[in-house]
Design a protein around this ligand. Structure first.
Ligand code: FES
Ligand code: FES
Length: 326
């Protein structure tokens, strides 16, 4: 295999040696696919204007991702939804979009697609959200002109603990059904897992190799031994391991090394094991780590201290970064 394949708004695309090392998902969406609804400003994971929803594997829920941080060659097997895919003038606006507008949550509108996709991702990832969870997710996006109160008022309508007089709809009505692409009236859908977990189209057993347009080598590996084999053949200074690529926001990369190895598909680096200690997989994202901390601190007395680490990590970056940062 020498190409990366992914879906955008339900359509398959692939990239290979025609792209350079530094082409981000944002570049690809806006310039190649002509989907300008996804905006950008900071290009360092700070403003949230570029957020899209991505299902990054068969066992992962939809999450918000800063497309300005993700290299397009990292998107193997991803199912990406942009703001154009959630609703629009011709197909009709989604509940998230209309609710935001009805609550005056937008003025110049530049930040609005990012807010919509941030909330869309959150709603797709969990069946029931509280007002606190919605408020805590607000670190992902910046709005310079509306002010946050109307946006917060709009999105809190979807919380299960919102006051009855303000409740608009349940999560299942938010156009998240993958089969019909419409609202769904079920309140306890048996098909929920099936509904959001999409069929993996890719043969995961084989490594992907692409000779990029600028001459650099891109590898997508699925086993630790594959990564080690590549590294062992290269000079120590000539490669970089690519996870979420979020460090680029703080430390811009002006010159990529010759070899880039995407390690996000290595399942051995995910999850955790317990002996007398907690041993975390080095490839776990911060979001996955938070889930592990939450689970263990509630189930095991001697891991109660993880509550403190959980609170601390929640202050690191924001949802869209934590979803991919390892
Ligand atoms: S452009 Fe600001 S977070 Fe991506
Ligand atoms: S509506 Fe103008 S920046 Fe948010």
């Amino acid at each position: 295999m020498d190409r990366i394949t992914f879906k955008v708004n339900g359509i398959y695309y692939s990239v290979g040696s025609e792209v350079n090392t530094d082409v981000t998902l944002l570049d690809y969406l806006r310039r190649r696919l002509r989907l300008p609804g996804t905006k950008y400003m900071c290009l360092e994971a700070g403003c949230g204007a570029c957020i899209v929803t991505a299902v990054r594997g068969p066992d992962t829920p939809p999450t918000a991702v800063n497309s300005c941080m993700v290299l397009v060659t990292s998107c193997q097997g991803w199912d990406i939804t942009t703001v154009e895919g959630t609703g629009g003038r011709l197909a009709g606006y989604s509940k998230v979009q209309t609710t935001l507008a009805e609550h005056n949550g937008t003025q110049c509108g530049y930040c609005t697609p990012g807010w919509v996709m941030s909330m869309h991702s959150l709603f797709c990832s969990r069946k029931k959200l509280t007002m606190l969870e919605i408020e805590q997710s607000f670190g992902s996006n910046v709005c310079r002109c509306t002010g946050y109160r109307p946006i917060l008022d709009a999105f809190k309508q979807f919380a299960i603990d919102a006051p009855d007089s303000k409740r608009i709809t349940d999560i299942e009505d938010l156009h998240i059904c993958q089969e019909t692409k419409n609202g769904c009236n079920k309140t306890d859908c048996e098909d929920y897992d099936w509904c959001v977990v999409l069929k993996e189209e890719v043969d995961k057993s084989s490594c992907i190799y692409i000779k990029l347009e600028d001459g650099r080598d891109w590898f997508r590996v699925y086993a630790l031994k594959e990564a080690l084999k590549i590294i062992s053949c290269k000079d120590n200074n000539s490669y970089i391991l690519v996870g979420g690529n979020t460090a680029k926001g703080a430390y811009p990369i002006f010159d990529y090394p010759e070899v880039l190895i995407d390690i996000t598909g290595i399942s051995e680096l995910k999850g955790f094991v317990l002996d007398q200690n907690l041993v975390l997989g080095a490839g776990s994202t911060l979001t996955e780590t938070l889930d592990i901390f939450k689970l263990l601190s509630s189930e095991k007395d001697y891991f109660r201290y993880l509550e403190k680490l959980y609170d601390h990590i929640q202050m690191v970056a924001h949802n869209a970064v934590r979803n991919v940062c390892i």
